[in-house]
Write a protein that binds this ligand. Structure first.
Ligand code: DPP
Ligand code: ZN
Length: 880
């Protein structure tokens, strides 16, 4: 595979005005007929270069140019392209190809999933359906006719509106769909199956009625209501917050079981991984309910940020993904708690995206090159891309940002554009020069901010000295300074925010302000500061950076209790916990009985005693930083020592806080028992705190608490309480109770693959001895299938991402296991293989012993035979 470079972008030689597709679906093959109305690109000269169409894994049956069959001399076919010579500026090309959806295990293009046909075209799946100019800057008007057996496939769907249908006398039927909007091929979709649907309607802000339909397999018809409610909420929200109205008469969502991604925003016909759309109390946790809400919104929001205005090329992927993730996080924050949402997002970003940014796959938000675009659906494109948009929002302010978004949509409706166009709209409305800001799009790596301060009581001046730097990343050194919005406040000894008046300013700002850090070294001098303040820095995590400021542990305790920014309260607690765990990591090399800083117990005790503290916040405060996040704090981490230290601190907290935790747990549990399940923020917070306390309490191995846990598992009316109790049991030394619970769970839910995914992953992630043996055993379970990406994630993914002691076992057995599975998967589904390998690609983060063991496996995979382009690229980059 070769590198594709952004700098090599050229306008398409030809355009496709109209695309008329006919699918004939059969059990052992499908025929795809395409009639393309094409022309030489009018932006270029009238010379006619050869027409090179993309196409892979297609068997060409017939080809006609302007109604004349082409002879074999008049075109060439390779495994990637079909090339021919047009003779007129405008022409019509007809092709018929034969494909085998039932054998498509890559889940890209047209494939079968549990008895239904469906498609996934982003990024380059359409070329596995028919010969085409499969690039997002070629936009076309589509009509699609689907023929299939009526009995097995009563529902036939594609983008847009149905315009005709009929029946043939051989038991087959057909439907024709027309999409009035021009679109790139990656937004095309087809579905055929025996599906039921939940229907509703939505009246748009201009009074148009839109039919909403969620299609699922019949057994899931009772799990659609939450997604439907979410859909209606996000449609309204996008009107109110962004002025964006839906544009077709129908909006359809289809759930499929085998899906590489979470979901896909095909025009008018979103296709979802069933795990991201199905949810009801008995089968889906609160987290799953929230995931459904945010993904439904994400895909819906793409209708404007992605579909109406799309990407010129795949280097611009973050143009739609970063912006759309930003929009969905705003939505979720509005529907739930904004501070909790921010905490969750930042935890995720710092654990996973920062790791990516520090590893061999690091790339800018707008990459300059790639081999396989599927590898670039990354945390950097999505999560960091959203942070970049968020920083713009912070710098411009809510109102100006909205004007910028309006201008962007208005200027570029119906176009395929670039990140520069997005920034240009923001520049127009703000009058700001965002040239330097755009370094966020081109420079990879996580910037570091080192902040020091000094206070002069005599002159009442307080100075913040800020230094920024960014580490080298593959192919990038000597980075230029970024524009970093630093949201901050100065706190008095009583925890009140002091007025903020920079030197040269005539009035003070109250509360907090955003400083724009633009230089490598910069000072901000505040005047009329009447006492030595404690700074509250990078509030609400105003930039995706690693910030260092030398807080004492007492400062951290103070901030955790008194900072007026909820996010920074949590952050102070995280930094304190981190330091305490790091102490223990060091001591564990010397002794089995480390001394733990008592301040953590003291402050947690105080928080638990505080009756007016929001349970959602308390739950966040009580959660220790994840093992993954702690690992990221080390140059070369010893994963086993870190795991052990984190366990040690958790256990100490559990024993020390047992009494107040028990009292609180009992009260919360009582409320849960008396309250029917609702997936709303306040109830979610209660259950989260309850489950967290249960997990701490179970660490004390108290038989009375074991009874409580078994009881919660048995009687809960919802998956949130049930699964949390199950996880506690599975991670406890009470193996009989755990086995019994697992058995009962499997009996009850064996028919529901998404629930069984949770059953699998609880076990795969269990940090108890012989984890690898257990996982190998799970792979033999009849409900497991390596062809189903959700199962792969639930077992192999959970083991390698969450099961620190077993995955990082000293003998390398965990790594060897993952390598075996990567090799096996690459032959079936390269996208998934290239994804689940990622823990091994982070080898540089670990101590030499673990590095060596990981490298052995990476090399073994590399030499295992012919690799997909996806996996090849990851290995190339990881092994330099
Ligand atoms: N399905 C992916 C997403 O929505 C790719 N567009 O982010
Ligand atoms: Zn997206």
């Amino acid at each position: 595979p070769k590198m594709i470079k952004l700098s090599a972008y050229r306008l398409p030689d030809y355009l496709i005005e109209e695309t008329h597709l006919t699918f004939e679906l059969h059990e052992s093959y499908a025929l795809v007929h395409a009639r393309l109305v094409m022309q030489r690109n009018p932006s270029l000269d009238t010379h006619l270069p050869p027409l090179v169409l993309d196409g892979q894994k297609l068997e060409l049956i017939d080809i006609n140019l302007n109604g004349e069959r082409l002879s074999a001399m008049e075109y060439t076919v390779t495994d990637k392209h079909l090339t021919l010579q047009p003779t007129t500026i405008e022409f019509e090309l007809d092709t018929t190809v034969r494909i085998e959806p039932q054998n498509n295990t890559e889940l890209e293009g047209l494939y079968k999933s549990s008895g239904m046909f469906c498609t996934q075209c982003e990024a380059e799946g359409f070329r596995k359906i028919t010969y085409y100019l499969d690039r997002p800057d070629v936009m076309s008007r589509f009509t699609t006719t689907i023929f299939a057996d009526k009995q097995n496939y009563p529902i036939l769907l594609s983008n847009g509106n149905p315009i005709a249908q009929g029946e043939d006398d051989d038991g087959r039927h057909w439907v024709t769909w027309e999409d009035p909007f021009k679109k790139p091929a990656y937004l095309f979709a087809v579905v055929a199956g025996d599906l039921w649907c939940v229907e509703d309607t939505f009246t748009t802000m201009s009074g148009r009625e839109v039919a909403l339909r969620i299609y699922v397999e019949p057994e899931n018809i009772d799990k659609c209501q939450h997604a439907m409610n979410s859909l209606k909420k996000c449609m309204r929200w996008d009107e109110e917050k962004y002025g964006r109205e839906y544009d077709l008469d129908i909006f359809m969502v289809v759930a499929v079981n085998d899906f590489n991604m979470g979901a896909m925003e095909n025009k008018g016909l979103n296709i979802f991984n069933s795990s991201c759309v199905l949810a009801k109390a008995e089968t889906a946790t609160d987290a799953a309910h929230q995931r459904v809400e945010s993904i439904v919104a994400h895909e819906y929001f793409h209708n404007w940020s992605g579909n109406r205005v799309t990407c010129r090329d795949w280097f611009q992927l973050s143009l739609k993904e970063g912006f759309t993730v930003f929009r969905d996080t705003q939505f979720s924050a509005d529907m739930n708690s904004d501070v909790v949402k921010r905490i969750e997002d930042v935890s995720y970003l710092r654990t996973h995206q920062f790791a990516e940014d520090a590893g061999p796959m690091a790339h800018p938000v707008r990459p300059a090159e790639y081999m396989e675009i599927s590898n670039f659906y990354t945390l950097t494109i999505y999560e960091k891309g959203a942070e970049v948009v968020r920083m713009l929002h912070t710098l411009l302010g809510e109102a100006v940002f909205r004007q910028g978004a309006d201008l962007y949509f208005e200027r570029h409706d119906g176009q395929a554009v670039t990140c520069d166009d997005f920034i240009a709209a923001m520049e127009t409305v703000s009058g700001m020069d965002l040239t330097q800001f755009k370094l966020w799009y081109s420079q990879a790596g996580t910037p570091r901010l080192v902040i020091t301060d000094s206070y002069d009581a005599a002159t009442q001046t307080y100075c913040l000295q800020v230094k920024q730097s960014c580490p080298d990343t593959p192919d990038q050194t000597d980075k230029k300074p970024f524009v970093i919005p630093l949201r901050m406040a100065l706190l008095s000894q009583q925890g009140q925010s002091l007025p903020l008046q920079l030197q040269g300013e005539s009035i003070a700002m109250k509360g907090e302000r955003v400083l724009a850090v633009t230089e490598a070294e910069q000072s901000f001098i505040f005047q009329k500061v009447t006492e030595q303040p404690l700074p509250s820095l990078l509030r609400s995590f105003s930039a995706p950076v690693i910030m260092e400021y030398n807080y004492s542990r007492d400062d951290l305790v103070f901030l955790l209790q008194h900072d007026t920014d909820g996010f920074n309260r949590w952050e102070a607690g995280q930094q304190l916990s981190l330091q305490v765990i790091e102490d223990v990591v060091g001591q564990l090399y010397e002794t089995d009985e480390p001394m733990m800083d008592s301040r953590l117990v003291e402050v947690f005790t105080a928080l638990l005693a505080q009756d007016d503290l929001d349970p959602a916040m308390l739950a966040e405060f009580l959660s220790l930083p994840s093992t993954g996040y702690i690992i990221e704090q080390y140059e070369q981490a010893d994963p086993l020592a870190i795991h052990q230290a984190r366990e040690y601190v958790s256990n100490q907290l559990a024993y020390a806080l047992k009494e107040p935790m028990r009292v609180r747990y009992d009260a919360l549990r009582k409320t849960s028992l008396e309250t029917p399940y609702v997936a709303q923020a306040s109830d979610i917070a209660r259950r989260r705190l309850q489950n967290m306390l249960l997990a701490y309490l179970m660490r004390t191995n108290d038989l009375d608490i074991l009874d409580e846990c078994v009881d919660q598992f048995g009687v809960a009316d919802n998956m949130t309480e049930r699964l949390a109790a199950l996880a506690c049991l599975v991670n406890s030394p009470f193996t009989d109770e755990a086995q019994e619970a697992l058995k009962r769970f499997a009996e009850r839910f064996s028919e529901d693959p998404i629930v069984m995914d949770q059953w699998f992953s609880v076990q795969a992630a269990a940090v108890v001895p012989s984890g690898l043996e257990r996982v190998t055993h799970l792979l033999e379970h009849p409900a497991f299938s390596i062809k189903n990406p959700n199962k792969v994630r639930a077992v192999i993914g959970a083991f390698s991402m969450q099961n620190t002691p077993n995955f990082h076992a000293e003998d390398g057995s965990g790594y060897a296991f993952l390598a075996d599975k990567v090799i096996e998967l690459d032959a079936l589904n390269p996208q998934i293989a290239a994804r689940i390998i990622s823990p091994l690609t982070r080898w540089q983060r670990y101590d030499l012993h673990h590095q060596e063991l990981m490298l052995v496996q990476l090399k073994r995979i590399k030499n295992s035979g012919e690799l997909s382009a996806d996996l090849f690229e990851v290995l190339e980059k990881s092994l330099v």
